[in-house]
Design a binder for this molecule. Structure first.
Ligand SMILES: Nc1nc2c(ncn2[C@@H]2O[C@H](COP(=O)(O)OP(=O)(O)OP(=O)(O)O)[C@@H](O)[C@H]2O)c(=O)[nH]1
Length: 519
């Protein structure tokens, strides 16, 4: 039985293969995860950009709306101012002025009232049905402002409580001067804060989104959806006033609102005409939650994709592990079979006790050597050897000692065989043989004598032998070059010579040169 090795080395790259599977799996995971994160991040940034744009547009439109509201109010004041300045030259007609004021108030829904206070703060005319008695408005901020403001410009003041109705109102005032520029009182229009409250409520903003109308000095006029306690707050610490408005009149950005500390995406716009600013802010957390809900499907798909890759990777790793284990088992099995094959081969050709060629190998080799000798015409010598009185040896020393003796003789034989073409074999029992191809008779005889002598020199004790030590006898036969000879015939010749050596005293060599004997 002969097994062929397909691979000489066992698989050594198991670790490398597993490592490369793990590495490529990790690489794939990282790539897919990075792409998903990058896509989501880009989407979020685009959402933030869009929100900033919406916030800015909302702030801009609200600043325009506020501008229109104040412009309409200013025009009303200017009309009354014109009438008043005509009357200053003659006599002020309070009742007429009040009628004009009522007419103007009727036309403008934002107006809470129109008033004229003389240089001492006394009520002279009003759009209200009745002027309250004993109220003086010279202590108001707008009054003081206009008293000292020689310019004919509209002044928008911080929110105040109306003394006539108790409403929250935004005062818009204009100075009244006589021909020489002397102070002749203040014209006042009050705008209802409720007007902005109602107007801002039309917009569908989130509960935490804000829309703030402010004076340029950062005082809050109205903040949706904050309670009224926020009106009048100073927001100068806000990044809007600290950084943004210093650089531009309109824009957007993200910061924490000074109003309530919430992070928002803001848009803002400053009016070109009036000292007012509008800021619209979308709550960052709310926006993020809305965005996450909208992107939930994409996020879920990305997670599923990552998990699938992970599972496939683990599955592939396990598959590779079991294939490698199977391959290792096969390699091990192959090696075991190879060893068994070698052992069987050994058993088939080698004698188990002495390690010399066995009888089967002897027969095969002898036939081969004879065929070679016949083909080449070169001589072939066969030496048959037998241990003398070996039965007695066994009887004296036992079979185990007998085996040891056989091994010792085999060693002697092996040491004598010098050429690779020669073979030493155990023919059977205590009989040995040497087959010496291309060896003429004389040379064969010399070798036979050398073997007999070598055994003698070993001086293996044998008290049952006449010589007191182990000796062997040998019979040497050399083929005839003139004719082909069978193995049996050659064996007979060698056996016969051995028999003669035994008969004539043992511890000796007898031989026959078949060429000569046939001549
Ligand atoms: N220990 C041992 N003895 C063996 C083995 N093979 C054969 N023998 C013994 O070798 C002995 C051969 O004896 P015989 O053929 O009578 O020859 P002999 O005693 O050597 O006498 P001569 O050959 O005439 O010198 C027998 O007693 C066998 O049992 C073996 O493998 N081991």
């Amino acid at each position: 039985m002969q097994f062929k090795r397909k691979m000489d080395k066992p698989v050594s790259s198991d670790g490398g293969l597993l490592k490369s599977i793990v590495l490529s799996g990790l690489l794939l995971l990282i790539t897919v995860a990075s792409m998903s994160i990058w896509t989501l991040r880009e989407d979020w940034l685009a959402t933030v950009r869009q929100t900033q744009e919406s916030a800015m547009n909302l702030a801009l439109s609200q600043s325009r709306q506020a501008e229109d509201t104040f412009l309409q109010t200013e025009l009303s004041l200017r009309q009354v101012q014109r009438d008043l300045q005509l009357q200053l030259a003659t006599r002020i007609q309070g009742a007429d002025l009040s009628n004009t004021m009522r007419e103007l108030q009727r036309r403008l829904p934002q107006l809470h009232g129109l008033f004229y206070y003389d240089q001492d703060g006394k009520w002279i005319a009003t759009s209200a049905q009745r002027a309250p008695n004993n109220i003086n408005n010279s202590d108001r901020e707008y009054f003081t402002f206009q008293r000292h403001n020689r310019r004919n410009s509209v002044h928008i003041g911080p929110v105040i409580n109306s003394r006539s109705t108790g409403d929250l109102v935004i005062p818009v005032s204009l100075r009244v001067s006589d021909a020489s520029g002397g102070f002749k009182g203040v014209l006042l229009a009050t705008i209802k804060v409720d007007f902005f409250r109602r107007f801002y409520s039309y917009y569908e903003l989130g509960a935490r989104d804000v829309l703030v109308l402010m004076l340029a000095d950062s005082t809050v006029l109205y903040a949706r959806p904050m309670p009224d306690s926020y009106i009048g707050k100073n927001l100068s610490a806000s990044p809007l006033f600290q950084e943004m408005l210093a650089k531009m009149d309109r824009g957007s950005g993200q910061w924490k609102s000074v109003l309530d500390g919430q992070a928002r995406i803001f848009g803002f716009a400053r009016s070109d005409r009036y000292p007012i600013i509008v800021a619209a802010g979308y709550n960052s957390d709310d926006l993020f939650h809305v965005w996450v809900n909208r992107r939930a499907q994409d996020i879920l798909l990305s997670i599923i994709l990552l998990l699938t890759i992970l599972l496939l990777g683990v599955f592939q790793l396990r598959q590779a592990r079991s294939v490698l284990r199977y391959q290792q088992e096969l390699t091990q099995l192959r090696d075991e079979l190879h060893s068994a094959n070698l052992a069987l081969n050994q058993l088939a050709h080698v004698d188990g006790l002495t390690g010399l060629a066995n009888r089967r190998e002897f027969d095969r080799f002898l036939h081969q050597a004879l065929a070679h000798a016949a083909a080449s015409g070169k001589p072939l010598t066969l030496i048959m050897m037998d241990i003398d009185f070996f039965k007695h040896y066994n009887d004296t020393y036992g079979h185990i000692a007998g085996d040891k003796c056989l091994k010792a003789i085999a060693e002697v034989l092996a040491s004598v065989v010098a050429r690779r073409s020669d073979i030493a074999a155990r023919y059977g029992g205590e009989e040995f043989a040497l087959i010496l191809p291309d060896t003429p008779f004389d040379e064969g005889m010399t070798i036979a004598h050398r073997v007999v002598e070598a055994v003698r020199i070993r001086q293996l004790a044998h008290i049952s032998s006449p010589k007191g030590q182990v000796t062997i006898s040998a019979g040497c036969a050399t083929t005839a070059t003139s004719a082909t000879l069978s193995a049996v015939k050659l064996l007979e010749y060698a056996d016969h010579a051995l028999y003669r050596a035994k008969r004539e005293g043992r511890d000796d060599v007898k031989g026959i040169n078949i060429d000569e004997s046939q001549a």
